[in-house]
Ligand binder design. Structure first.
Ligand SMILES: *Cc1c(COP(=O)(O)O)cnc(C)c1O
Length: 387
């Protein structure tokens, strides 16, 4: 079946791009591994298919599914989140352009923008995205092409008002790019709030099973789409067929997973809040979180990511990080299994010593879909090592 905009999220997730195969009726469309396509006479393409870097039916199916779930007209799938970001920046900026980004942006995003694209003439200014006056000032000080935000941010879980930020960007003739990796399209749709571009690391919640690396760009504008599509084709950092298939399979269950991730995140955050060893719990689902009301407005639920800071400083954070067993100490997030991360030495090691550095007493939890009693028991046991 084909899907319509008025159908619910889960219906679109299961069916968008997934029409059964017409010859056999196979309910799951086959994975197309072919790198090239036979032509009916020179230039006689079947349905536009010519060569695998340019188009592939399995990737097309994923792109259709991503567009349907983010409420965009076009989506493009890449071999990683950073490959998507690199293609986006190369498609839509030119030397001399500037990017104003959150001062707690994902470390890899900052590294790409500052250390790779900086040498190609792209400037950047990191700012606190919750401070709209500071953003306005930074945007006006340069030839700003992108305002780039993550909300919730990684790993400080700051919430930024997407609608207000879109207005700031548009007033200055810039585009608003939202990295929607943490929320996923189930919890938040930035395009509907005025953003121009959504990027994802599909490695995280969208793939959802920690078994595939990928990225995506979604837009709702034919002109932007054409430029991004050209770079995807001309540079070729595309997702392979098997990666696209795994990502599609994960995406079909995103809604049910996010409901459970959110329930578990909320329960873990509330448990942490009561613990005397804890200095602060950073989770937008807590009424004490400064972005709580805003998150309630622009997100459906609050997700599975919880950051926590310890009174015992770096030593306490490291002790808990190294003494859990249901939570696995590993980079990445958003899979069905719970993960534990010490950002300042792991995911965010690349921003150590910069203004984007993460507090050393902080650990970041990606709450999986296990039974929450087991997650809490695991933390409780790790906390006994703090005495
Ligand atoms: C992981 C991540 C990225 C980078 O994606 P990769 O798939 O690892 O290249 C970008 N932004 C956020 C918020 C991420 O968590």
């Amino acid at each position: 079946m084909s899907v319509s905009e008025n159908q619910g999220f889960n219906t679109r997730a299961v069916h968008a791009g997934q029409a059964f195969e017409p010859r056999t009726g196979a309910v799951v469309p086959p994975v197309h591994f072919s790198s090239t396509y036979a032509q009916d006479g020179i230039g006689g393409l079947r349905d536009g298919y010519e060569y695998g870097r340019g188009t592939n039916p399995t990737r097309d199916a994923l792109q259709e599914q991503l567009a349907a779930l983010e409420g965009g007209s076009h989506a493009y799938s890449f071999s990683s989140g950073l490959a998507a970001e690199d293609s986006l920046i190369r498609a839509l900026t030119r030397p001399g352009d500037h990017i104003v980004l959150g001062n707690d942006a994902y470390g890899g995003t900052y590294r790409l923008i500052s250390r790779v694209l900086g040498d190609w003439g792209i400037g950047n200014t990191p700012v606190d995205m919750a401070d709209l006056d500071a953003v306005r000032k930074a945007v006006a000080a340069h030839k700003t092409r992108f305002v780039w935000v993550e909300t919730p941010s990684n790993p400080l879980m700051k919430i930024t008002d997407i609608e207000a930020l879109a207005a700031v960007a548009h007033d200055a003739g810039a585009l608003l790019v939202v990295d929607n990796t943490f929320a996923s399209p189930y919890l938040q749709n930035p395009l509907a709030l005025g953003a121009d571009v959504v990027v994802h690391s599909t490695t995280k919640y969208i793939g959802g099973h920690s078994d595939v690396v990928g990225g995506a760009i979604v837009v709702n504008d034919a002109e932007l789409a054409e430029k991004i599509g050209f770079v995807q084709f001309a540079v070729g950092a595309v997702s392979g067929p098997m990666d696209a298939f795994l990502t599609t399979r994960g995406l079909k269950t995103l809604g049910v997973r996010m409901d459970r991730h959110s329930d578990n995140g909320q329960a873990v955050a509330e448990w942490l809040l009561e613990r005397p060893e804890v200095e602060a719990v950073l989770y937008p689902g807590l009424p004490s979180h400064p972005g709580h009301e805003l998150a309630k407005k622009q997100m459906k639920k609050f997700g599975g990511m919880v950051s926590v800071q310890f009174k015992g400083g770096e030593a306490a954070a490291r002790t808990v990080a190294e003494n859990t067993s249901v939570f696995t100490l590993a980079e990445s997030l958003g899979g069905i299994e719970s993960l534990m991360n010490y950002p300042s030495e792991m995911t965010h090691a690349s921003v150590k010593g910069t203004e984007l550095a993460v507090p050393v007493n902080l650990i970041r939890l990606s709450c999986g879909i296990e039974d929450v009693e087991d997650l809490i028991a695991d933390l409780e046991r790790a906390f006994t090592f703090l005495k």
